[in-house]
Design a protein around this ligand. Structure first.
Ligand SMILES: Cc1cc2nc3c(=O)[nH]c(=O)nc-3n(C[C@H](O)[C@H](O)[C@H](O)COP(=O)(O)OP(=O)(O)OC[C@H]3O[C@@H](n4cnc5c(N)ncnc54)[C@H](O)[C@@H]3O)c2cc1C
Length: 266
């Protein structure tokens, strides 16, 4: 099968050129693997010369160009809260190529950065000018035909964002599960509008809404988080794959959420 590679001057033109049998090329860590494995689902690769790798402050948020790599994230002082996430994506070679835009499309067990962005309530800017909340973007991802231009992440207070990746092989193994939480009010002892997201617990990263609700107005003590732990898998559809069964993921999710919330205390 022949594979055509088309390069367009702008992202918008590249987006217009996409069709059912075309894929946009980000860093290529997954797409080129698919090419090498002979994936027959596409026969055109679409690129653009407009690759935005910048990170800049914008109002209350930080805008990250979709072409920024995990290494770019790690080089940004503005994105210090997200360093713990970028640092665990693959090894150094992968982090030098893997883009933020590409991570939004990476299927389970990948998508650790997308899990963090979901908890952070990021907004996705598409090349055609549309703005989508991360949650809507993810729920429509399977039907998505556009190109992501950038992502805007709200700023969080010190200590309010937490992330954990659980993998069987350290440090470079893929996620058996990833978890991210934004805990407004954590410094005052009473939590506000908490957001919790899990990776590998559904076809895309998903929020644990029942647990979020159960944590509102509570403190971070063993007794006060117990109700949230009991319902943390409600509404989730854990993957059942070679890394872990669905049953196992349901069993260990409360354990890992507890560790995340209590900052490593058991
Ligand atoms: C050895 C190895 C280890 C890995 N470890 C991890 C890990 O620990 N955690 C993790 O989360 N991921 C991991 N990955 C997966 C992958 O590297 C990352 O998810 C990466 O961020 C994907 O980005 P990319 O730019 O390379 O995507 P590409 O391979 O270029 O593209 C992947 C998909 O996203 C689409 N796409 C890319 N950019 C855009 C855009 N801007 N707009 C629209 N569509 C786009 C492509 O069309 C394609 O369908 C690993 C991969 C490898 C090979």
């Amino acid at each position: 099968m022949t594979l055509a590679v088309e390069t367009y001057p702008t992202l918008r033109e590249a987006a217009q050129a996409l069709g059912d049998r075309a894929r946009y090329l980000g860093g290529g860590t997954l797409l080129m693997r698919a090419v090498n494995y002979g994936d027959q689902s596409f026969d055109r690769i679409v690129r653009s010369r407009e690759v935005d790798r910048t990170v800049r402050s914008e109002g209350q948020g930080i805008r990250i160009g979709a072409g920024a790599t995990m290494a770019d994230v790690l080089a940004s002082r503005d994105l210090i809260a997200l360093h713990s996430v970028a640092r665990i994506v693959g090894g150094p070679a992968v982090r030098n190529m893997a883009t933020v835009g590409g991570n939004l499309f990476a299927a389970s067990p990948y998508g650790d950065f997308a899990t963090a962005l979901l908890a952070l309530d990021a907004t996705v800017q598409m090349a055609d000018g549309q703005n989508l909340p991360m949650e809507s973007f993810l729920s429509g991802r399977a039907r998505m035909r556009g190109i992501v231009a950038s992502v805007t992440v709200p700023r969080v207070g010190e200590g309010e964002f937490r992330f954990a990746k659980v993998s069987r092989i350290k440090p470079k193994g893929v996620s058996m599960m990833s978890l991210a939480a934004v805990l407004p009010g954590v410094g005052s002892g009473r939590l506000g509008d908490v957001r919790i997201a899990f990776g590998t617990m559904g076809p895309t990263p998903l929020r644990a809404k029942a647990a979020e609700q159960a944590l509102r107005g509570r403190g971070l003590t063993d007794a006060e988080i117990e109700p949230a732990l009991k319902v943390c898998c409600d509404g989730l559809q854990p993957a059942d794959d070679e890394l872990a069964t669905e049953w196992y993921r349901r069993e260990v999710a409360p354990v890992h959420l507890k560790r995340l919330l209590l900052g490593g205390r058991r």
